[in-house]
Design a protein around this ligand. Structure first.
Ligand code: NDP
Length: 282
């Protein structure tokens, strides 16, 4: 009998992670036999834990809070463009004896938006927040051919620095990408993405009314069982056509990791339905 291929997600804390469930459902769909576990890694032991995992024949790792930057450092010699642009890594694997890293969060979010029938080409996109999650989605958003991507942040200097840093590597997007403050938000937007953690704190954001175009999407990276966050409530009241939380982002980033490791494309939609069901029933 063959031993199942070994995968894991490493983080601290890790109890909350849905990655084992996602990958079990993907593997079932693909007809693969895998073993995927959660590993709680003490803060000071991340690097040796990764090394030991691969030395013992592990095939792939997902990395979550607070280790994504350290995973980036570990795989620095072999980073995908998405990881380079994100400045962090959530997917690790070995190739020819070398550690490789990618960040699938951004493409996961873009794929989840497209799942909802929304084309991002030529769209005006407002991205709220300038932390790690915002940084991770910038390149995948720009690659969709959006017309404008404005990043606003409570601490404005962080947004300006992030944009300056991105444009150093991606000067071709100088006419598309810009930074600002919440107070400077004007006009109407096709897509407004909340990449702040405001919804986790149950806070509304200081957004002007009349923010959304007639055919618009409000997307919150935070997710809840009922697809309802303070930001999404605010957006629905203000006329957003579609309001989506970030559960699909979670599922689609997993599907991209699965593709990197197994070279198999799975259908994330039934997995998203199953996860939503699990969240609702507890
Ligand atoms: P960071 O801590 O790196 O950044 C937090 C960001 O939120 C900063 O821009 C911060 O602004 C802003 N912020 C926090 N509180 C407020 C507030 N009350 N009002 C306005 N802005 C606020 O976090 P991450 O970027 O890693 O994560 C952001 C969110 O995205 C988290 O809630 C996380 O759960 C979610 N996420 C979801 C994923 C998914 O798969 N669905 C994947 C990754 C992240 P400032 O700089 O001024 O402090």
């Amino acid at each position: 009998m063959n031993t199942p291929l070994h995968f894991a997600v490493m983080g601290n804390p890790i109890k909350h992670s849905y990655s084992p469930l996602l990958h079990a459902l993907f593997a079932k769909q693909a007809g693969l036999d895998i073993h995927y576990e959660k590993v709680l890694v003490p803060i000071e032991e991340f690097e040796p834990a990764v090394q030991t995992f691969f030395e013992q024949g592990g095939k792939g790792l997902n990395i979550t809070v607070p280790f994504k930057l350290r995973a980036y450092e570990l795989a620095k010699a072999n980073l995908s463009p998405r990881a380079q642009s994100a400045g962090s890594v959530n997917t690790l694997w070995m190739e020819d004896g070398n550690l490789h890293g990618c960040n699938t969060d951004g493409i996961g979010m873009v794929n989840d938006i497209q799942r909802q029938g929304i084309d991002l080409k030529n769209k005006k996109i407002l991205l709220l927040g300038a932390g790690g999650a915002a940084r991770g989605v910038i390149l995948p958003l720009l690659e969709t051919g959006c017309r404008q991507l404005l990043i606003v942040n409570r601490t404005v200097t962080k947004a300006s620095e992030l944009v300056a840093q991105c444009l150093t590597g991606l000067p071709q997007y100088a006419d598309v990408l810009s930074a600002g403050s919440f107070e400077q938000i004007q006009d109407q937007w096709d897509i407004v993405i909340n990449a702040t953690s405001s919804s986790l704190q149950q806070n509304a954001l200081p957004l002007p009314v009349g923010l959304f175009t007639t055919n618009s999407l409000a997307y919150d990276m935070v997710y809840t069982p009922e697809n309802d966050t303070p930001f999404l409530q605010q957006a629905r009241k203000d006329g957003a056509t579609v309001a989506s939380d970030g559960l699909g982002m979670l599922v689609y980033q997993g599907a991209e990791s699965f593709f990197i490791w197994h070279h198999v494309r799975v259908n994330p939609v039934p997995v998203l339905d199953a996860l939503r069901q699990q969240l609702v029933t507890g």
